[in-house]
Design a binder for this molecule. Structure first.
Ligand SMILES: Cc1cc2nc3c(=O)[nH]c(=O)nc-3n(C[C@H](O)[C@H](O)[C@H](O)COP(=O)(O)OP(=O)(O)OC[C@H]3O[C@@H](n4cnc5c(N)ncnc54)[C@H](O)[C@@H]3O)c2cc1C
Length: 198
């Protein structure tokens, strides 16, 4: 059983995973030994992008930026990746069961939906999927939520949460949700800040 399963490893999903992973190695007992899994079928919109308006980031392709974030996640450790496609999620008491196209079953206490706004075809949950009002293109979807939470301990981030399709907006929502989950684990509000080493 994982602590958090993230469905989608694009801008919002990887930002969420990076913030979760960055809680490790700080002497916080509640954060140690936590397990995180990212499912990603490799179709992030970032693969089509050349980024020149991401604050603080030198111009680079979206594919390069995804690789940079994956390296940052590896440096913290504790995050597993799978290329399987998630096809169904069911709530079983306090646990979410996640099923993949390959017929495997995984479980987690928290699930973060980060699959982008092109479609939402995952079965098993009663979610309100509506037209995405911030997309200039028709046919894009979003899932209704309150503060990114769709049902207890199940969150939605990125364009699928109805944010405008920009790296920083989507990544920011992943960070927000990661901090919310970590705060629930800690039993108090937290932030994760680092300072320069001497
Ligand atoms: C041509 C183009 C140019 C762009 N240029 C810019 C730019 O200059 N600046 C900027 O800020 N933004 C730009 N963007 C927007 C940016 O790419 C998106 O806003 C951002 O990628 C959205 O993040 P996301 O996490 O919502 O979805 P994505 O990054 O699209 O990630 C979703 C991921 O979920 C995976 N997935 C979906 N369903 C499943 C499933 N069931 N199981 C497992 N994995 C799943 C997909 O394979 C994908 O990897 C551009 C986009 C495009 C298309």
């Amino acid at each position: 059983m994982y602590d958090v399963i993230i469905v989608g490893g694009g801008a919002s999903g990887l930002a969420c995973a990076l913030t979760l992973a960055s809680s490790r190695g700080r002497g916080w007992n509640w954060a140690e030994g936590r397990t995180y899994l990212v499912f990603d079928t490799g179709e992030s919109d970032l693969h089509k992008a050349y980024l020149k308006n991401v604050p603080g980031v030198q111009p680079m392709t979206g594919t390069q930026l995804l690789e940079v974030i994956k390296e940052q996640i590896k440096d913290w450790g504790g995050v597993e990746f799978s290329e399987e496609k998630v096809v169904e999620i069911k709530k079983d008491g306090e646990v979410y069961k996640v099923y993949t196209e390959a017929g495997k079953e995984y479980s987690a206490k928290y699930v973060v939906l980060a699959g982008g706004f092109k479609e939402f075809s995952i079965k098993g949950l009663e979610l309100e999927v509506v037209e995405n009002p911030k997309s200039p293109k028709p046919g894009r979807v979003m899932i209704k939520h309150i503060d990114f939470e769709v049902m207890p301990n199940l969150f939605v981030v990125g364009t699928l949460a109805g944010l405008s399709s920009h790296f920083t907006s989507c990544a920011g929502s992943g960070v927000e949700v990661a901090i919310e989950i970590l705060s629930r684990m800690a039993g108090k509000r937290i932030v994760i800040h680092d300072v320069p080493q001497d």
